[in-house]
Design a binder for this molecule. Structure first.
Ligand SMILES: Nc1nc2c(ncn2[C@@H]2O[C@H](COP(=O)(O)O)[C@@H](O)[C@H]2O)c(=O)[nH]1
Ligand code: MG
Length: 295
């Protein structure tokens, strides 16, 4: 069993874009996870702009799962215009670093209710989505393929927890061959009838600020992880830091936050919520480096 004496033992953690508020606390968490090993570990990760990059080297912003849906040619322009109007109102609120989570939650609920109403009666563009998903394969962060392979080889469950559109998350994961048996997706899935007409969203709405593992109770994933007390969590939004709350047995959670927008205004907030903050990093090298220390 490997034991670290300093976080600087991991070269990936010494990079200039890596910010750690409490190095001693992080060192203790990493050593605890190394001691307990693979059988006690689970990965909980956001999808949009976490498993996928925030932007490509060209500067192009990577489509979110809702963005994939909107990119389908048969999706009516009236939906796209109204969705854009709502996004222009609510995305700034979602990433606002002054508003409290309670205040933001109210707005998120308003957004999701309005957004989901827009979908009612539309035809789900299954074929078009397959094409768009193939283009998403290049948009995953560097190293996600290694992370999926490593966790498969060591039977470490991976929960992809998205407040986006479940069908698009699944399509992108399948296109990249990442949707293996140990990987589960929890997201807003659509209720679609036999004529591909959208009837609504299945179950409770998952928005950015209610993503916690209480939402996974009574799911097959919960059964997979109820003995796994240690979590490596990855997210790009402050709300993602709470994804492992609600699991009544978690001992150690290492929270990795990807910060790629409004860095100056958000860095302190992210440092308060995440153990490791990666600024403008398009890889998951830090997480893979921690995993690879586990013998
Ligand atoms: N254009 C829209 N974007 C939306 C809508 N609802 C949510 N979102 C965005 O998706 C992400 C959530 O995905 P996650 O995988 O990061 O949890 C969230 O950050 C919103 O910005 C919508 O109706 N339209
Ligand atoms: Mg996200």
């Amino acid at each position: 069993m490997k034991f670290l004496t300093t976080v600087n033992d991991i070269p990936e953690l010494t990079q200039p874009n890596v910010h750690i508020k409490d190095k001693d606390g992080l060192l203790e968490k990493i050593n605890s996870i190394l001691k307990d090993g693979h059988s006690k570990l689970q990965i909980v990760t956001d999808f949009d702009h976490t498993l996928t990059r925030h932007q490509m080297d060209s500067g192009k912003i990577v489509l979110t799962s809702f963005g994939m849906f909107k990119d389908c040619p048969s999706v009516p322009q009236i939906y796209k215009d109204e969705d854009n109007r709502l996004s222009d109102i609510y995305k700034p609120i979602e990433v606002d670093h002054i508003m409290t989570v309670e205040e933001k939650t109210k707005h998120m609920i308003d957004w999701y209710i309005a957004a989901h109403k827009l979908l009612l009666g539309m035809k789900f563009p299954k074929q078009e989505l397959n094409e768009i998903s193939r283009n998403m394969v290049q948009c995953f962060r560097t190293g996600v393929k290694d992370l999926i392979s490593y966790t498969e080889a060591h039977f470490i469950p991976v929960l992809v927890f998205s407040a986006g559109l479940g069908e698009c998350v699944v399509a992108a994961m399948e296109a990249a061959n990442f949707l293996l048996p140990h990987v589960k997706v929890i997201s807003n899935f659509l209720d679609i009838d036999e004529n591909d007409t959208i009837l609504g969203i299945k179950g409770e709405v998952i928005h950015t600020y209610n993503k916690n593992e209480a939402a996974i109770k009574n799911t097959e994933y919960y059964e997979m992880v109820k003995e796994r007390n240690n979590v490596i969590l990855m997210g790009d939004n402050i709300g993602d830091a709470g994804m492992a709350e609600g699991m009544d047995h978690c001992d150690v959670i290492i929270k990795v936050g990807f910060l790629g927008r409004n860095v100056e205004g958000n860095l302190q907030n992210y440092l308060n919520k995440f153990d490791i903050v990666l600024v403008n990093d398009h890889t998951v090298n830090v997480v893979n480096a921690i995993l690879k220390l586990m013998l």
